[in-house]
Design a protein around this ligand. Structure first.
Ligand code: HOZ
Length: 433
């Protein structure tokens, strides 16, 4: 197959590296894991992206989740234009942010109260501080391969870009901060029980991606989230579900609704901003009332609850709450996974599996779906990298790392999914040659 001409992306990447470390503003985008030249994009519409050399791609990242209604959806764009015409930022309260908070509370009842932020990282950072302020304890338990944003005490054995670049604990995190973070394998139920037996009285919080999406997609094993809930309740530890990725992505009520488990605090991002910078943390009223100005835990932000981001978020959330939205998205995503497994088998590849929850999916070059980070590491990542490029060259943009999940939008139904499957037929044949 002839290779694409990507001279404009290449020139932009060369130029970018002179002023921006690695040429990118977020590490995974640099293609460090898969090699080659990152595409620079000029526009997106529905399920498609166009790069600076004019190539069109079916987008299976959807901005890492937010573009769930498709890129540049007319209703979202209209809401953004209207809000922008009224002023970009006031640094003061607005009606829209109250409406957004009420919408979120109505769909995620565990979030009795919340605070809006400008990113998921801010949300997790604030949730951890709040849990510490509420409990008067310092230690936090997290799970290997889960990524909760670039917060000092959570950049320990973290996922996403840290795994991609083989350095799961960031330089610049003081050992004394890291010492406050305990780390277990995802789905290690016995480890959780033993950890609580030893450290329960010192644990301020357990933070978990209830379906992991930053070491590829990894489902919670039966009993894992339930054990976290039970142990936290017994020890007076705050259970934080990081639903930055999964919130309004796996279903209208997040993983907590799908699995019927109530966390004490939840963090959100991505979909609630509809493609604009937005995050939120919230939960039990008695905990949230510790946040300033009513409580002693400080948290603030000039752009928090930004009116344009709130408008994009509200417009997006109104669409995802239409009847049948998640049923259709879940069906499309799961059919794509089945189709990809069939294409792999037809090409003679046994070591390939796929899974999805709502509109979020994982592709693994291994016989079985992973249960923890080590399973992803042990998959055939070299073959994934070849598959990534074979798909890119055929007009399908996959996440550029075996450690990332993928995302579809409601506009992928029909033709775009057919295009992905057709590309996969050629790509599987290429990686088996
Ligand atoms: N950390 C994000 C995915 N897990 C990637 C963010 C980005 O590059 O936009």
């Amino acid at each position: 197959m002839t290779q694409q001409n990507i001279s404009t992306s290449q020139a932009l990447f060369d130029q970018a590296q002179r002023t921006i470390p690695g040429g990118v503003n977020s590490p995974v985008r640099a293609f460090g894991s898969v090699g080659g030249t990152p595409r620079f994009f000029t526009r997106a519409q529905g399920p498609y992206l166009w790069d600076a050399d004019g190539h069109r791609y079916v987008d299976t990242i959807c901005s890492w989740g937010p573009a769930i209604v498709g890129h540049a959806h007319p209703k979202v764009i209209e809401a953004v234009k209207k809000a922008a015409e009224g002023g970009l930022s006031f640094g003061a309260p607005t009606r829209g942010e109250v409406e957004l908070a009420e919408w979120v509370r109505d769909h995620l009842p565990s979030m009795e109260m919340m605070r809006l932020t400008s990113s998921g990282t801010e949300a997790t950072m604030s949730a951890i501080r709040l849990a510490r302020g509420y409990t008067g304890r310092s230690k936090v338990l997290k799970f290997e391969g889960c990524y909760h944003g670039h917060v000092d005490s959570l950049l320990v054995k973290a996922g996403s870009g840290l795994l991609t670049f083989g350095n799961p604990t960031s330089a610049g995190v003081p050992p004394s901060f890291a010492a406050e973070t305990l780390v277990l394998d995802y789905n290690d139920i016995q480890g959780v029980k033993a950890c609580f037996a030893e450290h329960g009285a010192d644990l301020a919080a357990v933070i978990v991606e209830p379906v992991a999406g930053n070491m590829n997609l990894v489902r919670p094993a039966p009993g894992f989230l339930e054990t976290l809930r039970d142990e936290c309740t017994k020890a007076g530890t705050v259970l934080i579900f990081d639903e930055v990725m999964t919130g309004f992505r796996v279903g209208a009520r997040g993983v907590q609704g799908l699995m019927n488990i109530t966390p004490d605090l939840t963090t959100l991002g991505k979909v609630i901003g509809g493609g604009m910078p937005m995050g939120a943390f919230g939960g039990r009223k008695d905990i949230m009332l510790k946040v300033a100005p009513v409580g002693p835990v400080y948290q603030a932000g000039t752009l928090s609850g930004n009116p344009v981001a709130v408008a994009a978020g509200l417009a997006t959330l109104r669409i995802v709450s239409e009847a049948g939205f998640f049923e259709a998205l879940t069906k499309t995503t799961s059919e794509l996974m089945q189709g990809l497994v069939q294409k792999a088998r037809a090409a003679g590849l046994e070591a390939f599996s796929a899974d999805s929850v709502g509109g979020m999916f994982g592709l693994y070059f291994s016989q079985e779906c992973p249960k923890a980070m080590a399973d992803v590491t042990n998959s055939d990542r070299a073959r994934f990298n070849r598959f990534f490029h074979a798909m890119l060259n055929r007009g399908v943009y996959l996440a550029p790392s075996a450690y990332e999940a993928g995302f579809l939008s409601i506009q992928h139904q029909g033709e775009p999914v057919a295009e992905i499957l057709q590309a996969a037929e050629g790509a599987f044949a290429e990686v088996m040659a």
